[in-house]
Structures are given as structure tokens and as C-alpha cells.
Design a protein around this ligand. Structure first.
Ligand SMILES: Cc1cc2nc3c(=O)[nH]c(=O)nc-3n(C[C@H](O)[C@H](O)[C@H](O)COP(=O)(O)OP(=O)(O)OC[C@H]3O[C@@H](n4cnc5c(N)ncnc54)[C@H](O)[C@@H]3O)c2cc1C
Ligand code: FES
Length: 303
């Protein structure tokens, strides 16, 4: 069984030194065994899982994640990370639950897809940093595969629809918000209605041409940058896609953040299984994606 620490984790930028002493920082983590409240299909092999836990829901910021494992089963032993998709509000408009969206891929997600409502899961969060508040005219979110999941809550926040965190954080409203969303094929596209309700303009790409642009989502980004637009870009998806997005943003000199999906074991900064290479003083060093990330300024990372 994992050593589940009821502790506090601080958020650190990629330029600061990592030191376990800093784990005694300011932000507390909820650890809870809760029943699955909903587990609904959204698209092929893609489900939205809902749990109710008001203290956790109140603290969540867009870009953060939780760790989840099955409560009554040690296979898989290690929890998996899932980004905040959205918070659920109660009748007073207070956050009371958390939605995550998962793609069936391996051990845990195969079991999750068969998990009935009422079965208990162990969750700990909120974890990691968050998307930075940015004062710009336009944000372009670039999502590859299941990498769309962190963008719904952030889109609501940037549109001024919803505030997140405890106390609720106030971020500048971004007037133009665009999601570039690419998957291999159309039936993997998930949550399009929710993204539209969150006030996002959505451009789609599928590798087999079954919906939207036929090709890679990075080609949509390149077209936008070629037109002379200079938005802030934030990307989440497979590493090769993130590298391509970062490269384009360096070339066109636009700011870029990436949310990494590095495999994780503890999620709270103890096991160092999640390290990413970060530039430091002309050299590089490791940073834990679960604490200093998952959101990094693309210029900080060694690509
Ligand atoms: C911060 C963060 C947020 C995430 N958010 C989501 C989310 O919102 N929805 C979602 O579906 N998944 C998300 N993931 C990935 C998720 O944590 C799991 O890794 C994934 O669901 C596979 O778990 P599994 O047990 O089903 O597969 P496993 O049995 O663990 O693995 C299946 C295969 O995928 C590979 N693999 C495992 N984890 C990763 C990874 N992170 N990246 C690339 N390959 C991997 C394994 O090597 C193996 O080949 C996130 C990961 C991180 C770090
Ligand atoms: S997952 Fe254990 S240190 Fe990051």
C-alpha cells in the first residue's frame, strides 16, 4: 500500500531549488475514500468520472490534478494522475464535487471503465501547480488525445464564468479563447458540447480526416501563427506533440506553457518517479512534475 501522507505541499516554480523541506508549505491535500457518483461514457473509450468531496473541490485550481486508485483492489498498486476536468457545484453554487475524464489505456483505466456507481476509490488532491493567470488578449489551448481534459475548467475561469480555489482566485478575463483539439479519429473527440458552453471557439483536427482538419493539431497552430497572431499558447498531450508546439512557439516568439503527463507514483513529491529535465544556470537539473508541475513554461524545459 502506498504511504499516503496527510500533508501539505507547496507549489514551486521551475527555477527554484527542490528541497523536501519545502513540502511543509502552504497548501493542504485532501486524502479520501469516496464512492464513485457517476461514471458516464463521453466518447469511444472515454469516460467522465464524478466524485463528491467538497473540501477538495473548493481548493482545486485549473491545471491541477488528483491521484486515484481503487479502494478495495491493489492491482494496480500505484495510483494514476487525472487532471481536473471540472468542479461540480451544489444548489448554492459552491464546489462540492470533482469530475475527471479518462481514456481507457491500461490497467487502472480498464478497471475504472467497469467500476459501477457506488464503488469506492481512493483519491488525493488537489496536486501540482496550476495554469498561470495571464493578462493577454488571446489564449490558444492545444490539446492532443486525452490532453483536452485540463482545459475545460480553465476556459470557464478565463471566460469569467467560474472562480476556482480557496479563497476563490480572481484572474483577468481573456477576451479570445481558442481550443485546438486533435485526436486520431472523430469518435475519440470528447466533451465538445462542454467546451462550447465554456465559451471556447473550437477547431478540430483528426489524423484520419474523419472530422475537422485532416492532419495534426500542430498544423492548425502553425496556420494561426503564420497569420501573424501572437497569442499565449498552452498545450497538453503526448510529449512529441508538446515538443512540436514548443518549437513553433519559440520560432514565432510567443509565450508557451505545457502541461506534462509524466507517469507518476506518489503525486506528492516523495518518490521522484516523475522528474522532468529543467534548464538551470546554463546547465539542467531534474524537477518533480507532480510538485513543480505539471504546468511548465516551455522555455524552462530541456526538449
Ligand atoms: C498530471 C497528469 C494528468 C493526467 N490527466 C489525465 C486525464 O485527465 N485523463 C487520462 O485519461 N489520463 C491522464 N493522465 C494519464 C494517467 O495518469 C494514466 O497514466 C493513464 O490513464 C494510464 O493509466 P492506466 O493504468 O490505465 O495504464 P498503465 O497500465 O499504467 O499504462 C498503459 C500504457 O501507457 C503507458 N503510460 C502510462 N502512463 C503514461 C503517461 N502518463 N504518459 C504516457 N504513457 C503512459 C504505460 O507505459 C503503458 O504502456 C494524466 C497524467 C498526469 C501525469
Ligand atoms: S510522483 Fe512521486 S515525486 Fe512526483
Amino acid at each position: 500500500m502506498l504511504p499516503l501522507v496527510r500533508g501539505k505541499v507547496d507549489r514551486m516554480s521551475c527555477s527554484r531549488s527542490t528541497d523536501l523541506a519545502e513540502l511543509a508549505g502552504a497548501r493542504s491535500i485532501s486524502v479520501a475514500e469516496v464512492p464513485v457518483a457517476e461514471n458516464e461514457p463521453l466518447a469511444r473509450d472515454t469516460y467522465r468520472l464524478r466524485i463528491y468531496h467538497p473540501p477538495m473541490a473548493r481548493r482545486f485550481l485549473p491545471g491541477q490534478f488528483l491521484m486515484l486508485r481503487l479502494a478495495d483492489c491493489d492491482d494496480p498498486l500505484i495510483g494514476r494522475a487525472f487532471a481536473l476536468y471540472d468542479t461540480v457545484l451544489d444548489e448554492r453554487g459552491e464546489p462540492c464535487g470533482v469530475d475527471v475524464v479518462y481514456l481507457v489505456k491500461g490497467k487502472l483505466t480498464r478497471r475504472l471503465a467497469r467500476t459501477p456507481v457506488g464503488q469506492r476509490v481512493l483519491v488525493w488532491g488537489p496536486l501540482g501547480n496550476s495554469f498561470p493567470p495571464i493578462a493577454v488578449d488571446e489564449v490558444v489551448m492545444v490539446a492532443g488525445g486525452i490532453g483536452q481534459t485540463p482545459f475545460l475548467a480553465w476556459a470557464r475561469e478565463l471566460a469569467g464564468q467560474r472562480m476556482f480555489g480557496e479563497p476563490p482566485r480572481r484572474v483577468p478575463v481573456v477576451p479570445r479563447r481558442l481550443l485546438l483539439y486533435g485526436t486520431r479519429t472523430a469518435d475519440l473527440l470528447a466533451g465538445l458540447e462542454a467546451f462550447a458552453q465554456a465559451g471556447l471557439e473550437v477547431q478540430l483536427a483528426t489524423e484520419d480526416g474523419s472530422r475537422g482538419h485532416a492532419g495534426r493539431v500542430t498544423e492548425l497552430l502553425e496556420k494561426i501563427l503564420q497569420c501573424g497572431k501572437r497569442p499565449a499558447v498552452v498545450a497538453c498531450g503526448p510529449d512529441p506533440m508538446l515538443a512540436a508546439v514548443a518549437q513553433l512557439c519559440f520560432q514565432y516568439e510567443v509565450p508557451c506553457w505545457v502541461s506534462l503527463e509524466t507517469p507518476m507514483a506518489c503525486g506528492i513529491g516523495i518518490c521522484f518517479s516523475c522528474v522532468a529535465r529543467v534548464r538551470q544556470d546554463g546547465d539542467w537539473d531534474y524537477r518533480r512534475t507532480c510538485v513543480e508541475g505539471p504546468v511548465f513554461d516551455a522555455r524552462c524545459l530541456v526538449w
